[in-house]
Design a protein around this ligand. Structure first.
Ligand code: AHG
Ligand code: MN
Ligand code: MN
Ligand code: MN
Length: 334
């Protein structure tokens, strides 16, 4: 068995083409990986610790914060503060941006937007959850960093990734030169390259959507679901419906097997539920880099204007043929 390539080695050896000095990327990913390892430890023994259930507070989305939401958020913020490469942290769990400007060293040039714990509703029932991160460079080196640095379009990201705390813990990321997956080897505490150069199949037969909202789905989405339920898949067995309720887990499954993940506008979320800055843009970057498509139903998610830190969007993300097909249904139904 060849020796494992760790995340740190991979960045130094294989990511020399990172658009900025590769040292900064490796330090940023190191900081994120440190937080992920600590969160992983707590997730793996959640039932034995006082880390399950509600923290007793709500976040800006009036979601009851789970203890693990708060814990994960604290881990990412402190790891990024300690690492020194980041000047702003934007988090699902914080209403405003967190500016990091230590008095004793030069301020970092990067913004990190995070969903510290994705799929919180699954924590207490031992179903995979994740963390999502997006790395953007300050828009210029002159002005002090500000919210405008965060509200850049998704195609301005320099890196994006997610961690999935599942049957194994994986970190999957891109810097715009393809997608690579690393599995945590707990015996050495390192993320090791396990899924080099990941590609999402052009087609698939898995559709992933919360059909509980069916009544209020847009007409084109209803027609697409009916198509999946009634058409025999051209090359494989009929379409399969799979919905985990953690975006990271649903996306990761589709990245490996092919499929489409849909969270459209619904009555309770007329703009869509998922947040553009720290859920949809990073996931869209990854899936596009893996050869898939990431749309809001009408166009690229990565081209959407970003006007608010917690702005939401509808998402249709996955195998390029499946996303293009549902876009056709939406266009015809409009
Ligand atoms: P988060 O736990 O970070 O708030 O995200 C939850 C999101 C996403 O992970 C998942 O796809 C979606 O909420 C599930 O929403 P429904 O429960 O409405 O299906
Ligand atoms: Mn949440
Ligand atoms: Mn989330
Ligand atoms: Mn979250």
């Amino acid at each position: 068995m060849s020796t494992a390539i760790t995340l740190g080695q991979f960045i130094i050896e294989k990511q020399a083409d990172f658009p900025y000095a590769k040292g900064e990327l490796s330090r940023l990913l190191r900081d994120i990986a440190i937080a992920a390892k600590i969160i992983n430890r707590e997730v793996n023994k959640a039932g034995l610790m006082d880390i399950l259930g509600n923290a007793g507070s709500n976040n800006i989305h009036s979601e009851p914060q789970q203890k693990l939401d708060v814990f994960a958020n604290e881990q990412f913020i402190s790891a990024l503060k300690a690492g020194g490469e980041c000047c702003i942290v934007a988090s699902e769990e914080n209403e405003d941006i967190i500016i990091i400007d230590p008095p004793d060293r030069k301020q970092g040039k990067y913004i990190v937007a995070i969903d510290p714990l994705d799929g919180s509703s699954n924590i207490d029932v031992n179903v995979p959850v994740g963390s999502i991160f997006s790395i953007i460079r300050k828009s210029n080196d002159v002005d002090p960093c500000a919210l405008s640095d965060v509200l850049q379009k998704g195609h301005m990201q320099v890196a994006a990734g997610y961690i999935i705390y599942g049957s194994s813990t994986m970190l999957v990321y891109t810097t715009g030169k393809g997608v690579n997956g690393f599995t945590l080897d707990p015996s050495i505490g390192e993320f090791c390259l396990s899924h080099p150069d990941m590609h999402i199949p052009e087609d698939g037969n898995i559709y992933s959507i919360n059909e509980g909202h069916y009544v209020n789905f847009p007409k084109g989405v209803k027609q697409y679901i009916k198509y999946c339920q009634e058409e025999q898949h051209p090359t494989r067995r009929p379409y399969i419906s799979r919905y985990i309720g953690s975006m990271v887990a649903d996306i990761h499954r589709n990245l490996i097997k092919g499929g489409i993940f849909i969270y459209p506008a619904t009555a309770s979320s007329p703009e869509g539920k998922l947040r553009l800055v720290y859920e949809c843009n990073p996931i869209a970057f990854i899936i596009e880099q893996a050869g898939g498509r990431a749309s809001n139903g009408h166009g690229r998610i990565l081209d959407l204007e970003v006007s608010g830190l917690h702005q939401r969007t509808a998402v249709f993300i996955g195998s390029i043929n499946m996303v293009s097909q549902v876009e056709r249904f939406l266009k015809e139904a409009a």
